[in-house]
Design a protein around this ligand. Sequence first.
Ligand code: VTB
Length: 317
Amino acid sequence: MKSLLLDFLRVTEASALAALPWVGSGDKIAADDVATKTMRQYLNQMEIQGTIVIGEGEIDNAPMLYIGEKVGLGNGPGVDIAVDPIEGTTPTINGQGNAITVIAAAPKGSLLHAPDMYMEKMAVGPKAKGKIDITASLKDNIEAVAKANDKKVSELNVLVQDRPRHHEYIDAIRAIGAKVYLFNDGDVIYATATCIPSKNIDMFFGVGGAPEGVLGAVALKALGGEMQAKLLPKDDEEWQRCMEMGIMEPENPLTHVQLVGSDDCIFAATGITENIFLDGIKEDHGNYFTHSILINGKENKLHYIKSQHERNAILNK
Ligand code: VTB
């Protein structure tokens, strides 16, 4: 998997550059379309037998990068690929922070095929790995993480997405005595932040997209942290979709191993706009600079990559 890292970097950089003209445009469909097309074009140049397991949706409503689509030249290793050509379409088209383009991969058969629905997620960095239990109370989890991270509960920093559905959790976490930091969008990056010591984030908790859950779970796995999750099918139709994707007991919590079944996993993300640890794309004298992270599970290594691109690297709008 490791040998594919730089190819994946090309994919996320190209997709982010393609999306750039649409930052602030108000046009979600066009932004997503150009990033998806570019991602697919670059993936199809890679020497892999890739299968999209997390993508733009099911075949009927996603013409490109649909779940089950084969990508690559078909002559290399078999890989499961999870993509989000724009993680944060709303911040992209509104010219706000927290938009990235992201891709994760692992050997064939090792990534959860997560349907597009809500998922409850709890994530921690390496020190607290093995100490959380999504089925236990928030209080028990917070106390366990505080102990593992050698902190008082009052020093514990928890990231939660700023949504009305989280008001109850936010009140509960503060009542327990820990601190809540709110973010607007992009829970892949914010879950990953639990594994970056300089960010001083002890825990991530909340309900967001299931596909984003698997993407974040790969980054956490590769950095030695832990994510646990629980799918939240809202009706019979979503329940049925879980079954069709091989999740026969959707009510059961998902361990990290069920989300990502291999340590040999890789993750690449490029900032479209800035976020907690990546700059967005910057222009300087006709050159564009992208800022990316590459994470390699075999070595538990995080690389920050700044690349320079000439103006013609940007697709015409
Ligand atoms: C979630 C989260 C994503 O959008 O899907 C969120 O996982 C959508 O949440 O990271 P709402 O339904 O509350 O708007 C993101 O934040 C960005 O795509």
